[in-house]
Ligand binder design. Structure first.
Ligand SMILES: [Zn+2]
Length: 146
């Protein structure tokens, strides 16, 4: 055998953790974790980034963009299954950039930001879940600084 299992593991690890691009850059207005909103303690399951309406949101990696949906709080929402098994979630959008399930390459525009649903202003509420559905802190994976 020319290549040991070690080399195989290194390559597999590299593929699984290939650096994801930040879907958007801007000011973080509310971070992941505990917060108080309107006097009520909450667990914020994502990161809010202020963005002018119509700003591009890009695919952090190759993956499948699911059809857009609507939620009373989240407004127009788009979810994307990333090639590392994570799921990206975007809320308060203007619209998706695709119809139906669509394969998108890393860096392609997948949605436009908006102010839909129960938003505090033009912004995107961005979530990241691992392959078990557990919410992760997006700021540990993405650099949102403009
Ligand atoms: Zn939020």
């Amino acid at each position: 055998m020319r290549f040991g299992i070690g080399a195989f593991v290194i390559v597999a690890t590299f593929l699984a953790y290939r650096r994801m691009l930040s879907p958007i850059r801007g000011t973080v207005t509310s971070a992941f974790g505990p917060r108080v909103r309107n006097g009520v303690a909450q667990w914020h399951n994502g990161t809010d980034i202020a963005a002018n309406i119509g700003s591009d949101v890009r695919a952090p990696s190759d993956g499948i963009v699911l059809p857009q949906s609507f939620h009373p709080d989240g407004g127009t929402e788009v979810f994307m299954k990333l090639d590392n098994g994570f799921t990206l979630g975007l809320s308060h959008l203007l619209r998706s950039n695709s119809v139906g399930e669509t394969f998108k390459r890393q860096g392609e525009v997948i949605a436009l930001t908006g102010n839909s649903g129960n938003a505090t202003g033009p912004s995107v509420h961005l979530t990241l879940r691992d392959r078990d559905g557990k919410y992760l802190d997006p700021q540990k994976y993405f650099d949102f600084h403009a």
